[in-house]
Ligand binder design. Structure first.
Ligand SMILES: *Cc1c(COP(=O)(O)O)cnc(C)c1O
Length: 409
């Protein structure tokens, strides 16, 4: 609970977050992180842009800073300084934790800042070795492979995780469905293989609407909140949902390294969460329909669509994938995903360009693969646009290929 809510709580008898009855996901999406507002006479959450907070009690402030240095718990009483925590951002963190079913969540300036903080927490404990399963988001792969934060990575498949663990292994990292192939993992089995080593599951693609990795044993759930949580292509953010103990360490790293989320971004993310279930379900229904049409189309060689559903489709064309990108009109040819509008990109050229070509291909990211993030447009309009782009790509290559092989994995 953030300190502003705690304060409001003290002033207003009858509000106690711990006493809120369990609520369905759609209800949490709209109400979590806002439960104190009505009693304060507010409807929209306030945006607190303060970087510092006045206090005439410097002894009390010293005690709060000491407590933060010991546990990383949110300071009791008024906030101290913007890098320690912000009430508007804390509302988003409270809401995301409730959606993911974790004790806490800690927000950062981007998904990569969130992952960096996790690696720094473990490295500061002398646990620099990471075991990871490909594919991962291109820059996550790069951060681990290049060892930019002093970590050392062992790449393995899910069956090899247990054997890859070492005494200095601080983290196991997976994505499911993975970016960009949409490959899925049995998170429960992976968590079991990790033993006492924390499993980090990047849940950016599934969102808590489709999958809650913490329930399956992941200690850390990472989001690029830039994607579905924000949902409108106008906020860059990252967040880690986890237990309070790890959250404390993440807040300490965030305080020391400064990758904080801006309060305006926190506000937009909280607003984004309220429509998350509706957006994800609507876009998933459209994506499932498009995946089916692509799978039946002779211009398409392969379609990957996750068993758990979702709004992401990956597919390989017989023609030139660059011509598909050049040929879309309604669909936006852009990297990123999770917005209200449909985006398409060529992972080998853009999102996974930074990964060594052999590693990329070894992870199933073929040079013909396209990744599409389906938005909220009408399915027929999207299909008409895709159809025209596929025709252009087909025309650029001689002859027709065989019908699509399969949907799924
Ligand atoms: C985009 C993305 C990231 C990185 O997030 P940023 O907000 O761009 O820093 C991490 N993981 C996945 C799966 C992503 O799609």
């Amino acid at each position: 609970m953030d300190s502003a809510i705690r304060e409001a709580n003290d002033r207003m008898p009858g509000y106690d977050e711990a006493r809120i009855a369990p609520r369905a996901l759609a209800t949490e999406a709209v109400h979590a992180g806002r439960d104190d507002l009505a009693r304060q006479g507010l409807h929209a959450p306030p945006i607190d842009l303060s970087t510092t907070y006045p206090s005439y009690d410097s002894r009390g402030e010293a005690a709060r800073i000491d407590a933060f240095a010991t546990t990383g718990a949110e300071p009791d009483g008024p906030p101290v300084y913007g890098r320690l925590g912000n009430p508007t951002v804390a509302r988003f963190e409270t809401a995301l934790a409730r959606l993911e079913g974790t004790e806490a969540a800690v927000a950062f300036a981007s998904g990569m800042a969130a992952l960096s903080a996790v690696l720094l927490v473990r490295a500061s404990m002398g646990l620099r070795h990471v075991v990871a399963v490909r594919p991962l988001y291109g820059c996550s792969d790069h951060l681990l492979t290049a060892g930019l934060l002093g970590s050392e990575v062992t790449w393995t498949d899910p069956a090899g995780i247990e054997e890859a663990l070492r005494p200095d292994t601080g983290l196991v990292m997976v994505e499911s469905p993975a970016n960009p192939t949409l490959a899925e993992l049995d998170l429960r089995a992976v968590a079991h293989a990790c033993g006492s080593v924390p499993l980090l599951a990047d849940n950016t693609f599934a969102t808590p609407v489709l999958q809650r990795p913490a329930e399956q044993g992941a200690r850390l759930v990472l989001h690029s909140a830039t994607k579905y949580l924000g949902g409108h292509g106008d906020v860059m953010a990252g967040v880690v949902a986890c237990d309070e103990e790890f959250a404390g360490r993440l807040r300490q790293v965030r305080f020391a390294t400064g990758g904080v989320l801006h309060p305006l971004a926190g506000y937009l993310l909280l607003r984004g969460l309220s429509t998350l279930p509706v957006r994800v379900r609507a876009a998933s229904a459209t994506a499932a329909e498009l995946a089916g049409r692509l799978a039946a189309d002779p211009r398409v060689a392969r379609v990957h669509y996750p068993r758990i559903g979702g709004a992401m489709i990956a597919f390989e064309v017989h023609g030139d994938p660059h011509e598909v990108i050049a040929g879309v009109d309604l669909i936006t040819p852009a990297v990123s995903l999770g917005s209200v509008d449909t985006l398409i990109q060529h992972p080998a050229s853009i999102s996974h360009r930074i990964v060594d070509a052999d590693d990329r291909r070894g992870a199933g990211v073929s040079d013909r693969l396209l990744r599409m993030s389906v938005g909220l447009e009408d399915v027929e309009d999207l299909w008409a646009d895709l159809d025209a782009a596929l025709e252009r790509a087909q025309g650029a290559t001689a002859g027709r290929g065989a019908p699509a092989a399969a949907v799924g994995h």
